[in-house]
Design a protein around this ligand. Structure first.
Ligand SMILES: Cc1cc2nc3c(=O)[nH]c(=O)nc-3n(C[C@H](O)[C@H](O)[C@H](O)COP(=O)(O)O)c2cc1C
Length: 359
């Protein structure tokens, strides 16, 4: 199975399955000399781990990261960083009834068709448990970026049909950590939480939207034509489980705008561009343009739900299926640190590539 690495200069290779012994990763290309704050990595993992609130999967994982290489006296050495996270609370027996059935909306049938076999315990490699590995690599990338004052913040913008309509300023994004939904507006967060609880009580689930912003990004990041910054970010985002859409700036709504409204007017002040709008989301021609980088990511509702579905078993017979076990009724609260992580890895990779731009 190829396709387990992401990035060129800062490159993450991830390994492991949901119900195997452990999951982990190797980061090749992490620059030497970073005073690595492991507590900051762990804090990111704690925001992703299951069992963290009443509206997430009840699987209880400590998700403690162990770093095995690439660090000496707390400082990165430039050699590969190898790390692991143990799987402790994997109740594989909960999945025994799925051995011979393909769950609709899951990767079961596609994996079987492609590889001729599959690990049915918790979805194996197709499980979003793998995203914990990305969070570790992303937390390291974020620490490097913060040395250069590049900061990434994400929050939940929508759950089902409930959207945060207010403008969110940069300073209020951290408020989203004060509620279990991770929406910076408490009133909207309460409504979202109620919706998540009600779909869960119905044995169902709901999707949602996460918005991500990146500040401190100067003009000039991205490698046209195939490695445009927006193309790389879209690749990074769509590689996350359950992601069904990505939009930059005014995104799909820009299709209904006139050019006179869409174009982001700017003037140069003290050598820096000052924009009066941000419909392009901070990227033009595939290159960061000095405006704040803004994009949103849409997640589908999870499909492992108790509500009965028509499913096919491996012998081709139809059967009704109710998926039991511990599942997220809505993934967006836990996916916020995953979005931040993939954004950090992508931006750092392009940041490192900048040395090849000009003399
Ligand atoms: C953080 C996170 C947690 C998830 N938790 C669940 C879950 O508990 N149950 C489930 O059915 N899907 C869950 N998913 C989604 C599945 O992993 C995903 O839908 C499935 O692997 C099929 O892949 P696809 O939706 O990308 O096609 C989660 C996704 C993320 C990002």
């Amino acid at each position: 199975m190829a396709g387990n690495s992401f990035g060129t200069l800062f490159k993450l290779t991830s390994f492991g399955e949901s119900h195997g012994e452990l999951i982990g990763g190797v980061i090749d290309g992490c620059p030497a000399g970073l005073n690595l704050d492991v507590a900051r990595i762990q804090a990111k993992l704690d925001r992703r781990k299951p069992g963290q609130s009443g509206i997430s999967s009840e699987r209880k994982e400590e998700d403690l990261v162990r770093i095995h290489s690439g660090i000496f006296d707390g400082i990165t050495t430039g050699t590969p960083i190898g790390f692991t996270i143990l799987n402790k609370d994997n109740r594989s027996k909960d999945y025994a009834h799925l051995k011979d059935v393909y769950r609709p909306g899951h990767a079961d049938y596609a994996y079987q068709a492609k590889y001729g076999l599959r690990d049915y315990r918790g979805g194996g490699r197709s499980s979003a448990r793998e995203t914990a590995v990305r969070v570790v690599a992303g937390a390291i990338a974020e620490q490097i970026l913060s040395v250069f004052n590049i900061e990434i913040r994400a929050f939940v913008q929508g759950v089902g049909k409930i959207s945060l309509e207010k403008e969110v300023d940069w300073e209020s994004i951290p408020d989203s950590e004060n509620n279990t939904v991770r929406c910076p507006d408490l009133k909207t967060a309460e409504k979202m939480k109620k919706l998540i609880e009600s779909v869960r009580n119905e044995g169902d689930s709901t999707g949602g939207v996460i918005e991500c912003r990146i500040r401190g990004l100067f003009a000039g990041l991205g490698s046209p034509v195939f490695d445009k910054l927006n193309a790389l970010l879209a690749h990074a985002m769509v590689s996350i489980n359950a992601v069904k859409g990505v939009e930059f700036g005014s995104g799909f709504s820009s299709a209904a705008m006139k050019g006179s409204r869409y174009r982001d007017e700017f003037r140069i002040e003290g050598g820096e561009p000052k924009y009066s709008s941000n419909n392009s989301g901070g990227i033009t021609g595939g290159i960061s343009n000095g405006n704040e980088l803004v994009f949103r990511v849409a997640f589908n509702p999870v499909t492992s739900i108790p509500k009965l579905a028509k499913a096919s078993n491996t012998s081709g017979e139809s059967q009704s299926l109710s998926v039991q076990g511990r599942h997220d009724p809505c993934v967006v609260p836990r996916a916020v640190p995953v979005i931040e992580a993939m954004a950090a890895i992508t931006v750092l990779d392009q940041f490192l590539a900048r040395r090849s731009d000009k003399i």
